[in-house]
Design a protein around this ligand. Sequence first.
Ligand SMILES: NC(=O)c1ccc[n+]([C@@H]2O[C@H](COP(=O)([O-])OP(=O)(O)OC[C@H]3O[C@@H](n4cnc5c(N)ncnc54)[C@H](O)[C@@H]3O)[C@@H](O)[C@H]2O)c1
Length: 303
Amino acid sequence: MSKNEAITYSGKTALISGAAGGIGFALAKEFGELGMNVVIADIDEAALENAKQQLELLNINVLACQLDVTEYAQWQACIEQTIATFGKLHMVVNNAGVGGVPGKIEQTDHDIWRWVIDVNLMGVLYGTQAATPEIKRHGEGGWIINVASMAGMMGVPYASSYSATKAAVVSMTESWSVELKPHNIHVAALCPAFVKTRIHESLRNKQDKYKSAKELKEFTPEEKERYKKSFGQAAAFVESGIPADLLAKRVVEALDSGQQYIFTHPNYKEATDYRAALISKAFNDAEQSNLVKHLIGDDMVSL
Ligand SMILES: NC(=O)c1ccc[n+]([C@@H]2O[C@H](COP(=O)([O-])OP(=O)(O)OC[C@H]3O[C@@H](n4cnc5c(N)ncnc54)[C@H](O)[C@@H]3O)[C@@H](O)[C@H]2O)c1
């Protein structure tokens, strides 16, 4: 959907991962109220059923689909169900994500990194890969909205797995945005700072396949205490965040004007300005380098 084109949402279909709660549910409600059919997909079966009932009470056309975003076959099944129910797919919101466990690099378990990478990064790849052929098929154009984070715009200390995956999501968005533009598919990265959800309780969604044998039995009291401490500060930040409903309205406002990076917290601009200034200074340093300054003026490769 290109900029300045009048956007019609009504009658189109959106598939939203992680839509049983938090940001995903708020987006499902917002797009549903704009007249879209919504497919809510989530790993948490009970929460999914509850979300479905809430959306039905608002007279929204809704299909619930149980989905673990780390399983590509489940994405394919969910998209098949979407087409069987609503005929076409126009939008995928790759929203499902987990916060990992904040902590020092020496303390971070490899299984936590694998879990965070699989959900936050591979989940976004799988969703886009499974949905893109269907969005291309009808020729009406559409949207891929990837839920990144401000953490994708700057590496957050003690949250490197989370930041790394969110930076990857921003990068994937930039690549796909160029690739899919000729098909009138708008690809956007949503980059919020704190939003009041249950992201700090992400361990509730950690699949058995990412748990150590010890963890499958039970956390020791020391481990419980460590996790509780790790989340303490993050929980306070999340609790102070903006409401998810406000964020959902901001997303629609940004899509209406074709924005590729969707920011919800203008007060965080200082952070990206600081990063941009550091990068600019580093280029100035390279321009002064006797080793490489002969490259100034050469054309850069542009794809
Ligand atoms: N809350 C914030 O402050 C904040 C800030 C920036 C970005 N985000 C991003 O927003 C997105 C949504 O998170 P939220 O804040 O609403 O958190 P949340 O924990 O409230 O909701 C996440 C939803 O994703 C589901 N989910 C988790 N693992 C899944 C999996 N493997 N497959 C399918 N569903 C799964 C959960 O069941 C839950 O319904 C995430 O990508 C998160 O990183 C959140």
